[in-house]
Design a protein around this ligand. Structure first.
Ligand SMILES: Nc1ncnc2c1ncn2[C@@H]1O[C@H](COP(=O)(O)OP(=O)(O)O)[C@@H](O)[C@H]1O
Ligand SMILES: [Mg+2]
Length: 400
């Protein structure tokens, strides 16, 4: 962000960034540490620990798991053995064992996953690799409900029993951490699977307004130049984030700060005014957050963009698949990408994600948006989609 009047580093507000310090999650982190303490003291003798992180959206489950994984890796290194933390996100990577295990294998042992391996073979290969290289892993499976909603495969059962592949030898998988928004996913499990899951649940309660303010203050210090966000603005953002309809979803609070900053900058201000936040706020809810868009499949992102455009062109709250397809093709042409043949599967996935609302077989809209609200925030979504598309492009380009 060179030359910005407002931002020191706007990446620090991005969902990809995991801050070193996570205020008000000390207790959850310390529970995790005590749960894995003995495992880290003596990994050779340890048995696998399974736990669940459960709490509403935006309560810091993912960032806590990522921070914990990193500390485990560091601690193991200090103790002279190797642990890798593998983070899998069912919403992001797909709800198929084949895809998740391949991704896991690629992260642990790059180059060993081939298309011809079955999911079971991939797990065997994973354990083999760990044995041969004297390594251990900790697995985190995020958004597990999303997997269970769209697949009948027994992911939990598989992962919690990997160690049975090496009966009698040290267990290479030190633990599996499952993350969900509520305990309702238990209902989707068979009895045997529920029992392998165990009963250790770490609760992530909603943040209060005060807690949100503490957290956002630190993020503001990292992301903005000094004095760009005064206390009044910070209090306003924190209150709005804590209250319904946002109900403490920190992702929305961070987005409010980011887009208010962008707006202030665009209008030539050297600090963010309450008015900037108010205007952005009017356009942000119902939230499709930057996180949703950043981690979306690139084709899916363009299809969502097609839907948003079709809504705007038709000035209605619902459009047909045909309308979406038409706009999607135009966008693909503008963006110079090859359109996918079938958009239905992607639209279905957007419905699973709670982003697209299907009123009938021929009526698709954005979840929670009425016709009156439509104009107000379609712009904001387009802004986010553009950022998402551009960031993705930068990533692929830097990969070569
Ligand atoms: N205690 C915290 N300190 C700093 N940032 C936090 C904290 N809790 C959440 N966040 C930030 O808020 C956003 C949402 O958190 P996340 O871990 O993704 O929530 P969840 O997984 O529970 O939906 C992320 O960008 C994360 O970095
Ligand atoms: Mg999460």
């Amino acid at each position: 962000m060179s030359g910005s009047l407002i931002f020191e580093d706007s990446e620090k507000l991005s969902p990809r960034y995991v801050p070193k310090v996570l205020p008000h999650r000390e207790e959850q982190l310390s529970l995790l540490h005590s749960l894995y303490k003995s495992v880290l003291e003596n990994p050779k003798e340890a048995y696998m620990r399974v736990c669940q992180l459960v709490g509403p959206v935006g309560t810091g489950k993912t960032c806590t798991a990522l921070r914990f994984g990193e500390t485990v890796e560091e601690e193991a290194e200090r103790k002279g053995f190797k642990v890798k933390h593998v983070y899998l996100n069912c919403k992001l990577e797909g709800a198929k064992r084949f895809i998740l295990y391949r991704s896991m294998l690629n992260k642990i042992a790059p180059g060993t996953a081939t298309r011809s391996l079955s999911p079971e073979e991939m797990l065997t290969r994973l354990v083999q690799y760990l044995e041969e290289n004297d390594e251990y892993i900790l697995i985190t499976v995020d958004e597990i409900s999303y997997f269970l909603k769209s697949s009948k495969e027994h992911l939990i059962y598989d992962l919690t029993r990997i160690n049975e592949l090496t009966l009698g030898r040290p267990c290479r998988v030190l633990g599996v951490v499952f993350i969900a928004r509520s305990l309702s996913f238990h209902k989707m499990l068979e009895e045997s699977e529920r029992s392998t899951l165990g009963k250790i649940i770490i609760d992530f309660p909603r943040y209060s307004g005060e807690q949100i303010k503490d957290i956002l203050r630190l993020r503001v210090e990292e992301a903005f130049k000094p004095g760009r966000i005064d206390d009044e603005v910070l209090t306003y953002v924190s209150d709005v984030t804590a209250m319904p309809p946002i109900n403490g979803d920190l992702r929305v609070g961070l987005d409010l700060l980011l887009y208010a900053g962008i707006l202030a900058e665009r209008e030539g201000y050297d600090r963010v005014l309450l008015d900037h936040v108010r205007r952005v706020h009017g356009e942000t809810y119902p939230g499709i957050t930057s996180e949703d868009i950043l981690y979306m499949d690139p084709d899916e992102r363009l299809i969502l963009w097609g839907l948003v455009r079709a809504l705007r062109v038709n000035k209605t709250a619902y459009v047909s698949l045909k309308d979406i397809r038409t706009e999607y093709w135009v966008i693909c042409e503008e963006q110079n990408v090859e359109p996918v043949e079938e958009i239905e599967g992607y639209v279905q996935d957007l419905i699973y994600r709670g982003i697209v609302d299907m009123k009938s077989l021929t009526e698709f809209g954005i979840m929670g948006v009425s016709t009156e609200d439509l104009e107000r925030f379609l712009d904001m979504i387009v802004e986010k989609l553009k950022r998402g598309v551009n960031e993705f492009r930068e990533e692929t380009e830097s990969m070569g």
